[in-house]
Design a protein around this ligand. Structure first.
Ligand SMILES: [Cu+2]
Length: 178
């Protein structure tokens, strides 16, 4: 019984363990339930999911925050009945840079550590990618990934994409800062 149980759950456990132990999670908060019971009115508390009718799209193609506002974004990736789950992330980029960042993530497919790096591309010298403003870690099916960041001070339309390979052409949206 124990062996059966282990065999069944091993791939899932490995995936979550990778998620939990990766050093690249510094910019996101640990997955947690409702830790913020007190509502902060200055905080934009956003939740985004895969679209119900197309799991390779976000359920919201537009989000809006104020310039310089504190933002908490949660990517909620629930297990869908009768559908294979996919890992996703949420990556906010500078205007016009979605293809640059999306293609850099695609190029990571050859990197055996790409999953551990959450498909978040870095600069050539290993420092954070200059075109990425904020990002979650990869959210495996049945898990949530959170990131807290300060919205750009400059009003504008900032693209967000999922950089899991093959997703960014469809899985994208615009964060309006206004
Ligand atoms: Cu995705």
């Amino acid at each position: 019984m124990k062996i059966f149980f282990t065999a069944l759950l091993a791939p899932i456990l490995v995936a979550s363990a990778k998620d939990a132990t990766s050093p690249a999670t510094a910019s996101s908060t640990p997955a947690s339930g409702n830790t913020s019971s007190v509502k902060d009115p200055s905080l934009a508390d956003l939740v985004i999911k895969p679209a119900a009718n197309n799991p390779m799209m976000f359920d919201q193609a537009e989000l809006t925050v104020k310039p310089g506002q504190k933002v908490k974004l949660t990517f909620d990736n629930p297990i869908q009945p009768n559908a294979p789950g996919l890992p996703h992330n949420w990556v906010l980029v500078k205007p016009g840079k979605e293809a640059v960042v999306g293609n850099a993530a695609l190029a990571m497919a050859a990197d055996p550590k790409a999953m551990q790096k959450h498909y978040i591309p870095a600069s050539a010298d290993g420092s954070p990618h200059a075109d990425i403003l904020a990002h979650t870690t990869l959210s495996q099916p049945g898990s949530k990934a959170e990131v807290e960041f300060t919205a750009p001070a400059e009003a504008g339309d900032y693209p967000y994409i999922c950089t899991f390979p093959g997703h960014f052409l469809l899985m994208k949206g615009i964060l309006h800062v206004k």
